[in-house]
Design a protein around this ligand. Structure first.
Ligand code: QAP
Ligand code: CO
Length: 168
């Protein structure tokens, strides 16, 4: 297993649109294991392949208190079940140190492949529904900061660029 490097905003690679996975192979499963290790180490509740510079439609989530419910979604497709929006203070491993309120549909149905390439469908609500939509956004090159005001986004970009220069 390996801890992977996480791309940080405003890295242009985070804007890449990920491609569907045609075959779920041992290579895919190794990536999944590395993504969980990376997410748990961070620590985070969700990680999309885009964030580790792999542009395939794959994401992992664990919103459980005791980190015991790893969920894998490959080629996820989401359907909004309830147009009602809920607000949540979202963060992101690619935007470290910043949290902003984002509104998203509260209830969704997702169809995806699991780590064995088997299709499944689940109805989600609460933090899991929010997190799934946040991670699918990554696969489409979108970040939660795209939903906030340009002024706030600019402020976050400047601060992170400064941190990144300091570390370089
Ligand atoms: C996405 O985010 C998410 O700023 C997952 O310094 C978050 O795991 C979806 C993290 C909230 C919905 C609601 C963020 C860790 C982790 C930071 C994460 C940080 C360290 C973020
Ligand atoms: Co994120």
């Amino acid at each position: 297993m390996a801890i992977l490097d996480i791309l940080e905003f405003p890295d242009p690679r985070l804007r890449t649109r990920a491609k569907p996975i045609t075959d779920v192979t041992d290579h895919t499963r190794t990536l999944i294991d590395d993504m969980f290790e990376t997410m748990y180490a961070a620590p985070g509740i969700g990680l999309a392949a885009t964030q580790v510079d792999v542009h395939e439609r794959l994401l992992v989530i664990d919103v459980s208190e005791d980190r015991s419910e790893p969920l894998v979604f490959i080629n996820p497709e989401v359907e909004i079940l309830d147009p009602e929006l809920g607000e949540y203070d979202e963060g992101c491993l690619s935007v470290p140190g910043f949290y902003e309120t984002v509104n998203r549909p509260r209830r969704v149905r997702v169809t995806a492949l699991d780590r064995n390439g088997e299709s499944f469908t689940r109805e989600l609500e609460g933090l899991l529904a929010i997190c799934l939509q946040h991670e699918i956004d990554h696969l489409d090159g979108k970040l939660f900061v795209d939903y906030i005001s340009p002024l706030k986004r600019q402020r976050i970009r400047k601060k992170l660029e400064k941190d990144q220069r300091r570390r370089a």
